[in-house]
Design a protein around this ligand. Structure first.
Ligand SMILES: [Zn+2]
Length: 148
């Protein structure tokens, strides 16, 4: 497991932000896998990063201190030590976002085509079904917009 796959999405994004804003200071490489650094902010935190055993990484911030949590400071240290990983992470997120948008667009077009092909009875049945199961605000909005 990698630092990225073990941390939450929020920690990855905030870590990327920290990295881009150069909030990681005193990066020291102990060997190929271990690093230490300091995160600079309102409070400063000490980070120990072990990329070969990510769960052994530590940070003195309130979220991660004494827990096996990969916080934004650890992620930011990882990106500072391996800038190409930050680039990879951003490119991968962009690819996923584009893939998602393509999927949504195709699904929307497919749905529009399907609706156009439905008979009046099918449309009545489907709309009745949707209104029966929709949250109250959807039903109330339908009533209000159609002046029922
Ligand atoms: Zn932290």
């Amino acid at each position: 497991m990698s630092i990225i796959s073990l941390s939450s999405g929020a920690s990855c994004w905030r870590g990327l932000d920290y990295y881009k804003n150069k909030k990681i200071n005193n990066l020291k490489q102990i060997n190929n896998y271990e690093f230490t650094s300091t995160a600079i902010g309102t409070n400063n935190y000490d980070i120990y990063l072990d990329v070969s055993h990510p769960r052994r990484s530590t940070c003195t911030c309130p979220l991660a201190d004494g827990k096996r949590i990969i916080c934004k400071h650890i992620v930011a240290t990882f990106f500072t030590a391996f800038p190409e990983e930050a680039k990879k992470f951003e490119e991968e997120q962009e690819r996923l976002q584009n893939e998602y948008e393509d999927y949504q667009e195709k699904l929307y077009n497919k749905t529009q085509r399907y609706i156009s092909s439905m008979t009046k009875k099918e449309l009545i049945d489907e709309l009745s079904y949707i209104l029966d199961y929709a949250p109250d605000w959807v039903y109330n909005d339908f009533v209000r917009r159609n002046d029922i």
